[in-house]
Design a protein around this ligand. Structure first.
Ligand code: GCU
Length: 602
């Protein structure tokens, strides 16, 4: 082995070790798992807001977050919420006010709430998500900050709350950042604000903080994982009870409250055709929590994905977290039900949640509806991989995604990135992230979506070297849209030198609903062109033996600032199979027919 290669290996190994040390010491402390299973006081609803484009509220000598009021003739305060406008939480601000449609900057939020403390109770402010940088203040004191627009964060406020009236003030800034994840430029709307649920959660002093309970990989009768208690300093007994299996299991934690679990059970296996969920209850002498958990295995064998030991074809669709009719962020159980019902109507058993973790209602709904999921963090195109902060930030976001959703049987794939350009720093980062994700969750598959594949004549070769560290490879190809057909679709040849299962993770083209024209002219923006494009894609898929799934780009038209065609786009990406009102374009029926055939052949 050459000296150069040895140096590269040493460098990668040292970066990997450093990152694991850094990340495990700095990643967001996950305080309360399964918020939905706890006694919560919802803070959703109308919040007072102050729009602060120059961010004066932070730096001012009398900062907004102190929310002070004039108390006498000579007191002067201009930053207070008394006469403020209001916004609904959860919800992006862009779709709530016409003067905020394009707003990128700071908005201050304030919510008053009553609190009746109970002896020995701990309290936590839990945010489902806010885009992009968030600072949280409780009764005039900063309790914490978070960077990232699509993962939950929590702060303990036990000693910050008063009996009776309290106020929480939140600064949210959605300005794009060169060192952000995502970075400065991306193809979706920069929806800002407290876009997801906010809850005040109470627990006992010693409580069940977190747990991971899933089937061991490739073993349908071996449940494995761990339970972590908070507030304990000595070995403590816990019980896991699965009533429907008439099963009880007790374990003893170590001094820091963690117990590894491993037991034999024979649950009915969760699958799209039978999304069986079991009530799993964890109990200690001071706390109890329960939730519905499905049990299934997922693995790779050759170029197949196996679900519960059997090959499966993933009939998928890409979904952005947007309700097109509202032109705003999806955030509720109703929204999740609508988006996933559309997917089921298309014939899907699989959804790629693009390009970021969606709200928790979406993943819990997929568990119930039996829809498999690919979930990803927004490491999308122009990431500043040469910046050393990116690796720790990316791994923290991976942590936050995996920590929230690790017990959701619907999720089979964690994805690291979307369309990143090969380079030494990008390769090192993604290799480290793949290792980190496997440390966090040894039960699921790791993937990534690439668009740097090699086109030569009628041949497409999957040649991104990162394929080596992935279980499954995603390829985004726009043949027939950005790339003309180099040959007849049925004569296209795909090569797979890394011998991995392939998901065609994006393909498609734009059409304005109701606009008709030539099926052979790409700039016709017609439904006929989009329909023909899908017919051609389906023809090509017939000759890709290692193709195990397809996710067309995209379920519904979505808002994007870069889509400027003044007649056909007007700030919308028109690649939806559904229009921005949810109406089906002609291409919808091509995919629906393809999936019906795939289902019949399964
Ligand atoms: C890319 C990208 C998407 C984008 C799409 C498009 O593949 O992953 O986020 O919207 O292309 O160009 O429409």
């Amino acid at each position: 082995m050459s000296l150069k290669n040895i140096k590269v290996i040493i460098k990668i190994a040292s970066l990997l070790v450093i990152n694991i040390l850094i990340t495990h010491s700095t990643h967001a402390q996950w305080l309360v798992a399964n918020v939905a299973g706890r006694h919560v006081q919802s803070l959703n609803g109308s919040w007072a807001v102050i729009v602060d484009p120059f961010d004066v509220g932070e730096s001012n000598w009398k900062p907004i977050w102190k929310n002070q009021h004039a108390t006498g003739a000579h007191d002067f305060y201009e930053y207070a919420f008394d006469d403020a406008i209001n916004l609904q939480v959860p919800g992006d601000w862009n779709s709530q006010r016409n003067d905020l449609v394009y707003y990128e900057g700071t908005v201050w939020y304030k919510k008053d709430f009553n609190y009746e403390p109970k002896a020995g109770q701990r309290s936590f402010l839990c945010f489902g998500g806010a885009n992009y940088i968030t600072d949280v203040f409780c009764n005039g004191e900063k309790v914490g900050s978070h960077e990232g627009g699509f993962t939950p964060f929590q702060f303990e406020v036990t000693n910050k709350l008063h009996t009776g009236k309290n106020e929480v003030i939140v600064r949210v800034n959605n300005q794009r950042r060169v060192d952000g994840i995502p970075a400065l430029n991306y193809d979706w709307w920069n929806y800002g604000g407290i876009t997801r649920d906010v809850d005040l959660v109470s627990t006992p002093t010693q409580y069940i903080q977190d747990y991971f309970i899933q089937l061991k990989r490739n073993d349908t009768s071996h449940i494995t994982g761990w339970v972590k208690l908070a507030g304990v300093s000595h070995p403590t007994q816990l019980t896991i009870h699965i009533p429907e299996l008439n099963f009880k299991y007790t374990a003893q934690t170590n001094d820091s409250g963690k117990a590894n679990i491993s037991f034999t059970a024979h649950p009915k296996l969760w699958s799209p055709t039978n999304p069986k969920l079991y009530k799993v209850q964890i109990t200690t002498d001071t706390d109890t929590i329960s939730e519905l958990i499905g049990f299934r295995t997922v693995s790779v064998k050759g170029t197949n994905i196996l679900l519960n030991g059997k090959p499966i074809f993933l009939r998928g669709i890409n979904i952005h977290e947007q309700i097109p009719q509202r032109a705003g962020r999806a955030y509720s159980e109703t929204d999740a039900n609508m988006l996933l019902t559309w997917a089921q109507q298309l014939g899907c058993n699989f959804v790629r949640l693009t390009h970021y973790p969606h709200n928790e209602h979406m993943v819990r709904m997929a568990d119930k509806m039996g829809i498999l999921l690919w979930e990803e963090i927004p490491l999308w195109q122009g990431i500043q991989f040469s910046n050393p902060v990116i690796l720790a930030k990316a791994n923290r976001l991976l942590d936050e995604m995996i920590e929230r959703d690790k017990n959701r049987s619907a999720i089979i794939l964690w994805s690291l990135s979307n369309e990143t350009t090969p380079s030494e720093s990008r390769d090192t980062t993604l290799r480290d992230m793949a290792a980190h994700a496997r440390l966090m969750d040894p039960t699921r598959l790791i993937t990534s979506a690439f668009n740097h594949v090699a086109y030569k004549g009628n041949t497409v070769t999957i040649d991104d070297s990162l394929s080596k560290v992935l279980d499954v490879v995603g390829v985004n190809e726009y043949i027939g849209w950005y790339t003309p057909w180099p040959a007849e679709p049925q004569n296209m040849v795909w090569k797979n030198p890394f011998n991995k299962p392939l998901i065609m993770s994006e393909f498609g083209g734009e059409a304005l609903y109701g606009h008709h024209g030539s099926k052979d002219t790409v700039s016709s923006w017609s439904e006929e062109y989009q329909e023909q494009l899908y017919k051609n894609q389906v023809a090509m898929f017939q000759n890709i033996p290692f193709l195990v799934g397809t996710t067309p780009w995209v379920l519904a038209d979505f808002r994007s600032p870069g889509r400027l065609q003044p007649v056909y786009q007007q700030g919308w990406n028109r690649k939806g199979l559904l229009s921005d009102k949810g109406y089906r374009k002609k291409a919808w029926y091509i995919m629906q027919q393809y999936y019906k055939q795939k289902e019949n052949n399964q």
